[in-house]
Structure formats: structure tokens, C-alpha cells
Ligand binder design. Structure first.
Ligand code: MN
Length: 321
């Protein structure tokens, strides 16, 4: 998915200033962002005062939307730099095309993982003949400096490992949790897991004290560390936990996102993650002039134009030590 804000604001993030070393329960309100047509997404990250959770730097949640008489998701070719995109669906399917030549339908609970390296472009669309409901999340993971200039790759993992206990079934999207490990490639210590809670679920999930965590509710209303979370909301949990209490009276599902606090300072703008304003400006220029990001074949429509840059220069904030 692309950031389709017509005037995206730059975000500086990374470093430890925002990271809570102790457990906290910080409720994050979503911001509604139009995504073309009738589709709107709920943006949870970046959020006011909370821009990253580990290397997770962007979280959009959408649906369930009735797209029976709609084209559904139609995101034209657009570029990425310095990040991985994770497509995660509960209902519906998305057809992914990229400048490597990948053509892949991603279905519910399958991992579509695109690692941009220095440059890739892709499109995402609901297939012409599609299911009635579309429900999912689009997540970005920032790449550390040592990996962000590598060649782009695309991975599709249809069969992900699961674990069970206390009425909770977990599916590993990325990283490891409770003895299960995702085959998806990661470049910093992090975890992403889909947690399905049965009615009456009561579990204590083993987590790592050196990771910070957040949970996003996809369906139903569950209690995370005693906090009731309605669908579409996110709770930031900080670091310092060894277990995470989960309860549900009704069938519910959550996305758990966590990781080691991301130390490097970043500049995020539109679909790019860089280390300086100059890098972002150069990436935008390369996309607009048709360089570096390759081309996506087979998408029925024009590619996305980059928005105008903000008037103020983009700067990564220095690390506070
Ligand atoms: Mn995208």
C-alpha cells in the first residue's frame, strides 16, 4: 500500500527518546486517511507522540469493507526505499505486482513481504473478481543502515507457523514467539503475530523484556493487560514485560507488534524511509524522472505521482545521548 496522503508530513523517528523502558498502557487513537474511492484506512503509526514500535514504523488498518459492488483496493505503481512492507489480510485478497516481475495473489493469513532495499516499485489491487469483504493491515518495517542498500526482494509465505494456549491461537507473521518462528526475512530483532482469541480466552503470552510492544485490535473486543480494546484501536505497552495478559469474552483478534527499540534516526516521507532530507529529495526526483525504481507491468492505470515536498527542509533529529 502507498501513503496516499496528498500532503504527507515528514516524520522523524527512531532513537530511544520515545521508548518506555517500563511497561505502560498507552491508548493510541487512529487517524482516518482516505485511500481513493470509498476506501478509508485507520492509521495507527506514525501517531502523535508514538512513531515507532521496534522497527515497525507504519501501521494502517482497513475494513471490514463491503466491496461487492466496488473495485476494492486499487493502489497504482509507487516506489519504496529503506523499508519492508508486510501485507496481512483477514478477508479478501490482494494482487501484488512489483518491479522485480513478481505477480502474487496474497490471501488471508499469508505473508506478503517486500524488502525494498534502495529501490523497488509495486502496485496492489483487489482482483477483478473478488470476495465481498476486504479486511486487513498494511505494515512497514524500517531497514537498518547495514541492509537498506541491498537488492530488493519479494517473499510470499502461505503456510506460517502457529502456537496455541489458553484459548489463543497465534500465527507468526515475522520473528519468533512462544516457540514458533516465521520464515520471513527480518534484519532487526522484532516480532509480528496474529492472535485469535476464542470466547473465554485467558492467557499470559510470553514476551521479551528488551522488546517494546503494541497491540492492534482487528476484530471483537478483548482485554490486553486489563485494557478493553475496541476494533481499530492500538495499545502501546512499552518494554520490560515477560508476559502479556490477554482475555476475551467474545471471539476477537489482535496483531501483536514488537521489537528491540530502533536506535537509528530516520526521516520518513511519503513512501520513503531515509537518513536525511537530501536522500528523500533524491528518491522523489528519481521516481518522478523514471530512474532507479524500475517499472511495474500489467497494472491497468497510471503510476502514482509523488506529492509536493513540504516547504521546510526534512531533517533527521540527532540522537540524544
Ligand atoms: Mn506500497
Amino acid at each position: 500500500m502507498s501513503n496516499l496522503d496528498l500532503r504527507p508530513s515528514p516524520t522523524t523517528c527512531g532513537g530511544r527518546e520515545e521508548v518506555s523502558a517500563a511497561p505502560v498502557r498507552e491508548f493510541l487513537q487512529p487517524r482516518t486517511v482516505p485511500l481513493g474511492g470509498s476506501t478509508v484506512v485507520r492509521r495507527l503509526l506514525p501517531n502523535l507522540g508514538r512513531r515507532m514500535v521496534g522497527a515497525w514504523c507504519f501501521v494502517d488498518n482497513y475494513g471490514p469493507d463491503d466491496i461487492a459492488d466496488e473495485p476494492g483496493m486499487q493502489v497504482p505503481p509507487h516506489p519504496h526505499m529503506g523499508l519492508q512492507t508486510v501485507s496481512w489480510l483477514h478477508q479478501g485478497s490482494v494482487l501484488h505486482r512489483d518491479s522485480l516481475g513478481s505477480l502474487q495473489t496474497i490471501r488471508p493469513r499469508e505473508l506478503g513481504l517486500m524488502t525494498s532495499g534502495n529501490a523497488i516499485s509495486h502496485s496492489e489491487e483487489s482482483p477483478r473478481t473478488h470476495a465481498r469483504w476486504l479486511h486487513g493491515a498494511q505494515l512497514w518495517v524500517a531497514l537498518p543502515d547495514a541492509y537498506r542498500h541491498r537488492e530488493p526482494t519479494f517473499e510470499h509465505h502461505p503456510g506460517l507457523p502457529t502456537f496455541q494456549g489458553g484459548g489463543v491461537t497465534g500465527t507468526l507473521i515475522l520473528g519468533e514467539l512462544d516457540g514458533a518462528a516465521s520464515p520471513g526475512t527480518v534484519h532487526t530483532p522484532l516480532v509480528g503475530a496474529d492472535l485469535a482469541l476464542d470466547p473465554g480466552a485467558d492467557a499470559r503470552l510470553p514476551v521479551q523484556p528488551d522488546f517494546e510492544y503494541a497491540v492492534l485490535t482487528m476484530e471483537g473486543t478483548s482485554e490486553v493487560d486489563g485494557v478493553r480494546l475496541p476494533p481499530g484501536s492500538m495499545l502501546y505497552l512499552g518494554c520490560g514485560r515477560r508476559e502479556l495478559p490477554l482475555r476475551a469474552d467474545v471471539a476477537s483478534s489482535l496483531l501483536l507488534l514488537g521489537g528491540e527499540p530502533f536506535e537509528e534516526k530516520l526521516v520518513m516521507w511519503w513512501n520513503f524511509v531515509g537518513r536525511s532530507g537530501e536522500e528523500i529529495v533524491a528518491a522523489r526526483q528519481d521516481w518522478m524522472s523514471g530512474n532507479r525504481f524500475g517499472s511495474v507491468h500489467g497494472y491497468d492505470g497510471d503510476r502514482l505521482e509523488a506529492p509536493e515536498l513540504p516547504a521546510t527542509p526534512l531533517k533527521a533529529r540527532g540522537r540524544v545521548r
